[in-house]
Design a protein around this ligand. Sequence first.
Ligand code: HEC
Ligand code: HEC
Ligand code: HEC
Length: 114
Amino acid sequence: MRLIKKLGAGFMILFFCAAVFGAEEKNEAKILLHGGNNGEVSFDHKLHQTILKDCSLCHMLFPQETGGIQKSVKEGKLKEKQVMNTLCINCHKEKKKAGVKAGPVTCSRCHSKK
Ligand code: HEC
Ligand code: HEC
Ligand code: HEC
């Protein structure tokens, strides 16, 4: 009886750790981007790095750092919504047109209001 209880507790701890670390890994791949009044945009960086391969595709517009878009906007190097329109939506539209896997083009599928 006692052994079973101990084993049970051990498994509980294992499952707990798996749940916590699993969640953490997922969060690292996603970056929350400032989306103004329409709400934040959860961007899966890892997914895009994997499918697109060419970093400069996006990073020729803004630096490889967290908050890089906002920084460039503040410095006047980027306009608000420029990344959204010229990069994100543009590419998703092109992919859709080409009939291959594409990302969302409707506001609420990128922006989440809290
Ligand atoms: C589809 C567009 C896109 C592509 C392709 C892309 N990135 Fe990014 N990257 C972003 C965005 C958006 C951010 C967040 C910027 C912000 O927070 O304002 C970012 C942030 C980063 C950061 C800082 C955050 C972090 O995770 O440390 C690094 C470093 C980075 N990118 C490196 C790369 C490298 C290396 C590649 C190529 C293998 C790449 N990126 C490809 C869009 C892209
Ligand atoms: C593919 C994802 C995507 C879609 C679809 C999308 N957005 Fe965005 N939006 C973004 C990203 C990423 C940003 C932040 C980067 C930028 O400002 O370019 C943003 C920024 C914004 C901003 C904030 C500008 C600022 O800096 O204050 C507004 C407002 C906005 N979007 C409105 C909209 C509206 C309205 C629609 C639908 C017509 C829409 N978005 C559709 C991804 C998207
Ligand atoms: C050059 C092309 C390209 C660019 C640039 C691009 N995407 Fe995508 N995106 C894709 C493709 C292709 C998919 C579909 C991937 C799949 O489902 O396998 C996708 C999928 C997505 C998805 C749905 C998958 C998920 O994460 O749930 C979101 C949201 C998204 N993109 C947001 C963005 C935002 C925000 C930006 C701009 C910062 C952006 N994308 C820039 C090509 C692009």
